[in-house]
Design a protein around this ligand. Structure first.
Ligand SMILES: O=C(O)CCC(=O)C(=O)O
Length: 228
């Protein structure tokens, strides 16, 4: 498949799920690459125990480590991904960061409601291009989103995990691409399966967005400065 032709749902809802974006070969490359990176325990990014306990996240994260693995480097720099980022931001697309999140089997993790981009920066500053090498389902945990919340300052997210009016839960499959505006509220359901869950995230931002655009996450409990 080539770049998507209709990004209007992304602008309207804050996300768009593109089914079967990767072909079989690309998917095999992604799955292998994610396994290789997840196995590099020494390369895990440091954890913040306060953040983990407050927001429920116990995933292992690998920030900007894709270039350690040829398969992931190839995907991150592929024409297909470049075409999508160009379709979103035009000539102003800038690669921002990569993030592999590995939710190990047997640890019932979830991640609280949050925005990756503080609302004050505005919509369409940074988008997550999310690939799920192992797929998701109810057991493994989908991703919950609040349509339109990228353009709505006051969203009724009052508790880290409580249902939010109008929310949807998406279940991306292994070859799908989820494009998610970082300003759109989202949460990750717990992995209650006996298998791993992984999300490989390639973040692109608008050239004029401040570099610190993803420095501040917004949570129901307040703003989190990821760099402090
Ligand atoms: O694991 C997911 O489904 C999404 C991860 C996420 O919330 C993020 O990368 O900001």
């Amino acid at each position: 498949m080539n770049a998507p032709t209709d990004l209007s749902p992304l602008h309207r809802d804050g996300f768009v799920l593109l089914r079967q974006f990767l072909d079989e070969g690309e998917h095999a490359q992604l799955a292998h690459g994610c396994r290789l990176l997840a196995g590099r325990v020494a390369d895990r990014s440091p954890v913040d125990p306060v953040f983990q306990s407050e927001h429920g996240s116990t995933s292992h994260t690998f920030v900007n480590k894709h270039s350690l693995v040829a398969e992931l480097n190839a995907i991150a720099s592929s024409r297909k991904i470049e075409a999508v980022s160009a379709q979103i931001f035009g000539a102003d697309a800038v690669f921002h960061m990569s993030l592999l999140q590995h939710n190990e089997a047997g640890r019932s993790q979830a991640l609280a409601w949050h925005r990756d981009v503080a609302f004050r920066f505005g919509a369409m500053q940074m988008c997550n291009l999310l690939l799920y090498p192992l797929g998701t389902d109810r057991q493994r945990g989908g991703i919950r989103v609040v349509p339109g919340s990228h353009r709505t300052e006051h969203v009724a997210v009052t508790d880290s995990f409580a249902p939010v009016a109008g929310e949807r839960e998406l279940f991306p499959q292994p070859r799908d691409l989820l494009i998610l505006d970082g300003a759109c509220y989202h949460a990750v359901s717990a992995n209650r399966s006996l298998e791993d869950r992984m999300a490989f995230n390639l973040r692109f931002r608008h050239r004029q967005a401040p570099k610190e655009v993803t420095r501040y996450g917004e949570y129901p409990t307040g703003v989190v400065d990821y760099l402090s």
